[in-house]
Structure formats: structure tokens, C-alpha cells
Design a protein around this ligand. Structure first.
Ligand code: NI
Length: 180
């Protein structure tokens, strides 16, 4: 396993629409292992492949609490069925949108069909944090970020701050002496 760099806004790759995985093979599993390690290290509770620059429909997740055993979940080619009419609010954040947390409403429950780590088809009834998280990650596969669901005012404020920070990092890197 190896950690991979996480793309952050305004990286244009985060806007790509990810493609279906043809076959879950060792290469897919190696990518999922890397994604999980990257996510744990961040730390985060969910990560889509495009967040490490791979435009494939793959999500990893672990919603276990601090004192619980790890519960890694892997979703390949996930599809959401039957989203509930009832909405549930949750304060969301995203590893690709650092330091921004905003409350969002999403369908409270949904059904997810996907292939697991071994390529086997699975169906899952999701509610609570799992439902929110899977919908947040599914958005990434369409090039959508959680801030897209906010008011323009809130979104612009977050984007401006992140662009300013990205520029500052670039300037700092340019000033760094003798590091290639
Ligand atoms: Ni995210």
C-alpha cells in the first residue's frame, strides 16, 4: 500500500466524470488499498478515486468510531436507488475542500448497488451517516463537490479562500531554495 496525494480545489480534475470499472482485478484492489491508506492518513471517512486523480467509479469508506475496529468498505461502480423523499441534515466536509464544513440536506436513506472488493455484486440499505457519506462520494464520481449544493455566496467565499491559499503555497514553493 502507498499513500497518494489528495487533489484539492481548484484542481480541474475534481470536475471530471469518472468511468465505470470494467473488471475488479488486482490493479483495482491495489488502488483501493492505496485509497484506504490515504484516507486513514488524512484522516477522513470516505474517498473517491478521482480525489487521488484516478477517474474510475471507486469509493472507499470507513465510518467506524475512534475506539472501534476498522470497518473498511469498498464500492465499485456504485448506483443509488430509491433515495428517500425525507431529507436529513448533516454537517459535511471534504478532503478536497480543506477546512470547510457546512450543513447540507440529502435524502435520509437510499439503496446502493455496487461491486465489492472481490468484484461481487452487493446491495446495501443505507441510512444515517452511511447514506450521507455514500451520496457525498457518489457526487465526486460526477465531478460534483458538496459546496456545489450551497448558496452561491457561501460557495464563493470558500472557493476564494482556497484559491488564495493555493496561490500562497505556489509562491512559497517558488521561494524554496534548491528543492527540485
Ligand atoms: Ni469529498
Amino acid at each position: 500500500m502507498a499513500k497518494r496525494p489528495i487533489l484539492t480545489v481548484p484542481d480541474p480534475r475534481l470536475r471530471e466524470v469518472s468511468k465505470d470499472v470494467d473488471e475488479v482485478n488486482d490493479e483495482t484492489r491495489a488502488l483501493m488499498d492505496d485509497m484506504l491508506e490515504t484516507m486513514y492518513d488524512a484522516p477522513g471517512i470516505g474517498l473517491a478515486a478521482i480525489q487521488v486523480g484516478v477517474p474510475q467509479r471507486i469509493i472507499v469508506m470507513d465510518l467506524a468510531g475512534k475506539d472501534e475496529e476498522p470497518q473498511p468498505r469498498y464500492f465499485v461502480n456504485p448506483k443509488i436507488l430509491n433515495p428517500a423523499d425525507e431529507m436529513a441534515p448533516y454537517e459535511e466536509g471534504c478532503l478536497s475542500v480543506p477546512d470547510a464544513f457546512e450543513e447540507l440536506d440529502r435524502p435520509a436513506t437510499c439503496t446502493v448497488e455496487y461491486l465489492d472488493y472481490d468484484g461481487q455484486p452487493q446491495t446495501l440499505e443505507a441510512e444515517g451517516l452511511l447514506a450521507t457519506c455514500i451520496q457525498h462520494e457518489m457526487d465526486h464520481l460526477e465531478g460534483v463537490l458538496f459546496i456545489d449544493h450551497l448558496s452561491r455566496l457561501k460557495r464563493d467565499r470558500i472557493l476564494k479562500k482556497l484559491k488564495r491559499e493555493a496561490k500562497a503555497r505556489e509562491a512559497e514553493a517558488a521561494d524554496a531554495p534548491g528543492v527540485a
